[in-house]
Design a protein around this ligand. Structure first.
Ligand code: SAM
Length: 275
């Protein structure tokens, strides 16, 4: 029996196309169209931007995005086994779904999506999720091409993305995400929702770009956060010794005895501008 969207149920798609999940590609599929619908609705409206989906797999989230009104979806998938299944969805929604068989780490979003605004929605492969996010947070020009990111991560990574200073999850990822975006966790997704179930709980995170993040040289911000959080239990005068240590900290008005996790994003930006 067909699903509500007139396409075969996802289990049948997986069977027909031989899409046994591969661990090496981070394949934990979502087969419940109610859940994929809920994820897609977090990025509404979907008709005012090009929606880019990374790792569509058998197409559960892709179908939800189209059902929820996406005008155009560009789906980038590395696993060649999934392409025929995705082309069948494209044929069902003429002119609305473009499937790109590629590694998302190598794709230039602006080149594939054109000049207009982009919304990125994805159940990311856990092995490259953080790397993709860092790329989206640090493009050559700001504001970025995307107007929202709605992404599934392992919950522990989601907590690091949204963490505030003074909390145990606060680290490099929180500083970069907080510098350039407003990030929040929308809801958790239990392992039981996936096929196969991962070992840990996941969470949907949404990031909205800040229009005017405080200017900071990216390389310096990366250096200072790497040094500070690389030795997060040490006082900053020690962990930042190589970058100027006590003199640098005093110059920007930060107590050299503080530790990395107590610094606000603004204080990291001040340090990056001073080194
Ligand atoms: N969106 C589907 C879903 O929700 O059921 C699949 C999500 S699964 C967690 C991750 C997907 O990303 C898989 O289909 C996998 O083949 C694909 N993938 C893994 N690495 C990729 C990469 N570097 N570029 C593009 N897709 C990738």
């Amino acid at each position: 029996m067909a699903s509500a969207d007139g396409l075969p149920p996802l289990r049948a798609v997986i069977e027909t196309h031989g899409l046994a999940p591969k661990k090496s590609l981070g394949q934990n599929f979502l087969l419940d169209l109610n859940l994929t619908g809920r994820i897609a609705r977090q990025a509404l409206p979907l008709d005012d931007a090009t929606v880019v989906e990374i790792g569509p797999g058998p197409g559960g989230l892709t179908r939800a995005l189209l059902t929820e009104g996406a005008k155009t979806v560009i789906a980038i998938e590395k696993d060649p086994r999934c392409i025929t299944a995705l082309e069948e969805i494209a044929a069902h929604y003429p002119g609305r779904l473009a499937v790109i068989a590629a590694d998302a780490l190598t794709v230039d979003l602006a080149a594939v999506a054109g000049d207009g605004p982009i919304k990125i929605v994805a159940n990311l492969p856990y092995n490259v999720g953080t790397q993709l996010l860092l790329g989206w947070l640090t493009p050559a020009v700001w504001p970025p091409a995307w107007e929202s990111l709605t992404l599934m991560f392992q919950k522990e990574v989601a907590e690091r993305i949204v963490a505030a200073p003074g909390t145990s999850h606060y680290g490099r990822l929180s500083v970069l995400a907080g510098w350039r975006s407003r990030a929040r966790i929308l809801f958790d997704v239990s392992p039981a929702a996936f096929t196969p179930p991962p070992k840990v709980t996941s969470a949907i995170v949404q990031l909205i770009p800040r229009e005017n993040p405080e200017p900071a040289p990216l390389a310096a911000l990366e250096n200072v956060t790497a040094a500070a959080f690389g030795q997060r239990r040490k006082m900053l005068r020690q962990s930042l010794k190589r970058l100027g240590g006590e003199a640098l900290l005093t110059r920007v008005g930060i107590d050299p005895q503080r530790r990395a996790e107590t610094l606000s994003v603004g204080e990291f930006v001040r340090l990056a501008n001073a080194i």
